[in-house]
Design a protein. Structure first.
Lengths: 135, 135, 135, 135
């Protein structure tokens, strides 16, 4: 709902739920992966493909490798942008994702997410990703 | 961000994340509590009180009792409204909450959530809730 | 793994993960539903039926109604028992579930969970549950 | 509860909850971080330090960087070991963690997790970690 796309970077705006924070009062690490996956799925949906469609068609997108820097912490109620750009590298789609707090533009997360596509359980060469690449 | 308030009912609009669904392809039950808590916190915040402030001040709002009907299931990507109204009953704030799918207006969840306030670990008589009650 | 069954009450022992607590330092409400669902699935599995089997066979067990008292809070690292008993009422299986902290036997949660079974999308009369009822 | 330590590798055994799986029927990526954090906290606790103690004392352990290979997927009900070894590198504690399915010894996750310690909001040189290092 809160997405914008300038042709290169897809931006999804979200707000931290208090239930996503732990006793330290900041977002638990695992939830940043939730945010980034949500943003990738919004990116797909903006291009006409839903995750539910993919599951039904037995096209399974799976993260194969992930590197992530936790730079600053988000806390309850803060609004943030997930910025995503995508490129292709062999069988993989590479999502470069950043999470930026809206109030002060602080970069909270920098991540590189490598995604593969399996169809009926078989690793594909990534042709599936072609249609999502920037023109 | 996506809230509206007509003076009686506070409405928070959200979208199901695919990670909130389980192998049945629908939202796992526990996540409806997450949605409803988020809506209650948005309601508080709209009136100038954040959950983080409350924790800092050792005012702990806690659900004491919950009844919930699961009427229809939401699935990945669906947009829904959490409708919340609040009233006071003794020491408790009573939130009547419904979750309604936006596309077809199907009621998915009907719940009654009884919340108490503890300050420095002691149960209060609920004076805290007065300022949030509809005038 | 940590289950025991005396013929009437099925007991599942778990430990709170710190990531399940929120900024108040106690388990977020929604997670109690996660614990209770896990215990119900362990109960099924102990009788030879896995959730994955059910999904594959399009037998969908769904919570229709839930009432829950939050009596005491659990916090990070605490060990607790989920005690479950089951009975049949028409089309529903009724699970009475309690969550009890092991260290001091404090009752934390008392819940009544009404479960229905749908097969290929159709509500059943609950025959499915017969085999799980105490003899 | 299910931990063992051979002096070098700390092993925590867990079982996948169905609620941790998504519509693909496998564990959602974010939950592997939950498992690994839980194992690290169990490791600390086995050495006499709980996360709750640390929060109270304003010692905040935070993941600064994480690299993770998703090699095989876990699905509902599967039992797995989280294997953790720790070493020190400057201000960081480095946890090398693997998740291995018990039934067939398949490696599911390989990760390197870099943790820093902040005390009263200030980055430490990591002296805190010394007592946890293998002798």
């Amino acid at each position: 709902m809160h997405n914008r796309f300038d042709g290169t970077t897809f931006v999804t705006t979200l707000k931290v739920r208090d239930s996503e924070c732990d006793a330290q009062g900041v977002v638990n690490n695992a939830n940043y992966l939730v945010y980034m996956e949500y943003a990738r799925h919004e990116f797909l949906e903006a291009q006409g493909v839903t995750f539910a469609d993919l599951v039904r068609d037995q096209v399974y997108l799976m993260v194969a490798h992930l590197e992530i820097d936790f730079v600053n912490s988000l806390s309850g109620g803060q609004v943030f942008d997930v910025e995503s750009t995508v490129s292709r590298k062999g069988a993989k789609a590479i999502f470069d994702q950043r999470i930026v707090r809206v109030s002060d533009k602080a970069v909270c997360i920098r991540a590189r997410v490598e995604v593969i596509a399996k169809i009926n359980g078989k690793l594909t060469r990534g042709e599936f990703f072609d249609r999502f690449m920037p023109k």
